[in-house]
Design a protein around this ligand. Sequence first.
Ligand SMILES: [Zn+2]
Length: 282
Amino acid sequence: MTHTTYVWPDAKRCAVAFSIDFDGETPYLWRSRHTKPNTLGELEQRAFGPRQGIYRILKLLNHLDIRASFFIPGVIAEKYPTAVEAIDKAGHEIGLHGYLHERVDELDWGQVEESIIRGKQALEKVIGPRTMGFRSPSWEMTPQTFELLQRHGIPYDSSMMGYDHPYWIEGLPEVPVQWLLDDAIFYRYTGGGAGNPPLNPNTVMDTWQQEFEGLKRYGGLFLMTVHCWISGRGSRIIALERLLSKLKKDPEVWWATCGEIAGHHTKQHAGQFHESLGGRTP
Ligand SMILES: [Zn+2]
């Protein structure tokens, strides 16, 4: 497995997926849950995502005929049901992203379970019952969380980086992310003079294009992750449109949602699961 090329549907050379961690204000609310600061700066900056950014991204995806995967904390579904409905009506995949964007490594077993249950209930109140994949807030996981996901019928995870193609981990198919393809590391800036200023969108898209070429050479998964409050800004949407249009035209690419990729892995690569029992390799 380690030295062989991953097999994609229709003999495609690689896979491309576009994912959105639609978390708005929730990471900030989680971080400040004990202090409750009386400030609006970062909250308003983040609320730009569910207020405006989301609709620009939906329009872009519709224009390019791309079905994407949105991972949404329960609190966002409660606060912005119209936006979540719009995502669902447009035919995109919707998955779990905690309830209040809880970091699972900061919770005990019962609290993780509660965040899964509450997160799913809040989303289902808006879009109805369905099977949903999981993306861990802040991309941290624990073996116990994998066990809980299985207990609650969650069919896959998309938070880890152990391979650049799908693999098995702790009994579930993993649809791997990677920091290099996350918009936050290039653009995230919340003021106060801390951190680096945001990069030019052209630089970011050049970096992503180069990573795409690398993944295509090795037959991997090019899974982008953006946030509406970050990538919903005008110049970044324009840059994204340029890159995505190009990738859409590539005949060697299998475009899919994270759920479809997990489904493919479960069906075609089930044998590797048995090899993985007792270990954490695929
Ligand atoms: Zn998040």
